[in-house]
Design a protein around this ligand. Structure first.
Ligand SMILES: NC(=O)c1ccc[n+]([C@@H]2O[C@H](COP(=O)([O-])OP(=O)(O)OC[C@H]3O[C@@H](n4cnc5c(N)ncnc54)[C@H](OP(=O)(O)O)[C@@H]3O)[C@@H](O)[C@H]2O)c1
Length: 372
């Protein structure tokens, strides 16, 4: 290899507009390490929080002060060189995707897993080359382009866990269940695809009728605009004949959780995934102050926190994607030079599905139409 330097973007966690571009020396893979040429990076809401210095809700993560950090966690690339004694074999030329918390191999995530997150606290993937431990990589599905495959690590596995994480490994389900997806960002759209491929009935909420139209074309069954229908939980109950949702992708947090309790089916699961509507509870005059314990027992439901997913579930999910030939939905592709604009675009919330940065000219492109 003739390239001597790595091109990278860094943040000191002081705002989306302050990302800077610089270079670093080309790393060499040590024992059990793999050097990857990065072709494509997909963005997650978390990346915007990291760049703004707002990702502080995990005790195990020391935000690290003002040292420059390469953000982002999700990439697809090609193996360029390998070190000695790989625990998980990757060969030069293999296409691979990153694993967000590489120590999380099975069961529940632990504090140690939080402390190896890519793009905080570890250096991320918004760079042209990076060394990974062998267990920090998974094979990229051969039927997907690089631009599509880089969308899998956080959004798809989170959606997979929301639908299947409570079922025994190897026995994915969802057939006949009602799955409610809040919003049309990366996690929800992956959830819509997985739910439809599993035979579930889906309810999609969105701020936009145009986005709901796209969700409908993807097979979304019941569509609710939460801006024009502020009591969207009532609409969920009405559209499902009083049953409610068996599985809820709870993405709004403070702004949506109370209504999720009104939209849940008996025996259902509210998956606490996001906090797009805030991380702290607020109380206004006239608010129903029924305790969470009572809301939970009232419909015999489970309130469950999601922390991405382990390696064995990632493998389970890849087998399902491969069987069903699911193509992650890419909304817009930015160039590496436009990385700052890409992160600002994601934060603006206009997208449907995933926002991707094409890092290398060699990245393979999707054959499916974007949702831009
Ligand atoms: N726990 C985990 O393991 C995990 C993993 C991944 C993501 N997350 C979290 O999950 C959330 C979604 O992540 P993402 O990467 O999918 O984000 P994203 O792609 O940026 O999705 C944003 C979309 O969510 C919708 N939205 C915005 N505010 C909302 C609100 N108050 N209520 C309902 N929907 C709202 C909007 O869609 P519409 O315009 O259609 O309404 C917006 O376009 C974030 O909070 C993220 O940090 C958690």
């Amino acid at each position: 290899m003739t390239t001597k330097t790595v091109q990278q973007w860094t943040t000191v966690q002081d705002g989306l507009e302050n990302l800077t571009r610089d270079t670093a020396p080309m790393p060499t893979p040590g024992p059990d390490e793999v050097l990857v040429k990065i072709h494509a990076v997909s963005l997650n809401y978390r990346d915007t929080e990291v760049c703004m210095g707002l990702y502080g809700h995990h005790k195990a993560i020391d935000a690290g002060g003002p040292q420059p950090l390469v953000p982002c966690s999700d990439m697809c690339g090609t193996v360029i060189a390998v070190g000695e004694n790989l625990e998980i074999v990757h060969k030069v030329g293999d296409r691979v995707v990153s694993v967000f918390n590489y120590t999380h191999r099975t069961g529940h995530a632990r504090e140690v897993d939080m402390s190896v997150g890519l793009g905080l606290p570890l250096p991320g993937v918004l760079q042209t080359y990076r060394v990974f431990p062998s267990v920090g990589l998974m094979p990229a599905p051969s039927y997907l382009s690089d631009i599509e495959a880089c969308c899998l690590p956080i959004a798809s596995i989170t959606a997979w866990m929301a639908i299947n994480g409570m079922r025994p490994l190897g026995q994915p389900g969802g057939k006949g269940e009602v799955v409610l997806l809040q919003g049309t960002g990366g996690v929800s759209v992956a959830g819509l695809q997985i739910a439809k491929a599993s035979g579930a009935t889906t309810v999609v909420t969105s701020s936009s009728d145009d986005k709901l139209e796209v969700a409908k074309k993807m097979g979304g069954d019941y569509l609710i605009n939460y801006k024009t229908t502020p009591r969207w939980a009532d609409a969920v109950m009405e559209k499902t004949g009083g049953h409610g949702a068996d599985i809820i992708f709870e993405n709004g947090g403070a702004s949506t959780l109370r209504q999720s309790f009104d939209a849940i089916a008996f025996g259902g699961i509210i998956n606490c995934i996001g906090y797009l509507g805030g991380k702290t509870n607020t109380v206004s005059e006239g608010d129903d102050m029924t305790g969470i314990n009572v809301l939970a027992l009232r419909r015999n439901m489970t309130l469950r926190g999601i922390l991405n997913g382990p390696r064995d579930r990632f493998e389970e999910m890849l087998a399902f994607y491969n069987e069903k030939k699911i193509h992650p939905v890419v909304n817009r592709i930015f160039s590496f030079n436009q990385s700052k604009e890409a992160i600002q675009y994601l934060f603006g919330g206009q997208h449907f599905g995933k926002v991707v940065i094409q890092v290398s000219a060699e990245a393979t492109l999707p054959t499916t139409k974007s949702t831009e």
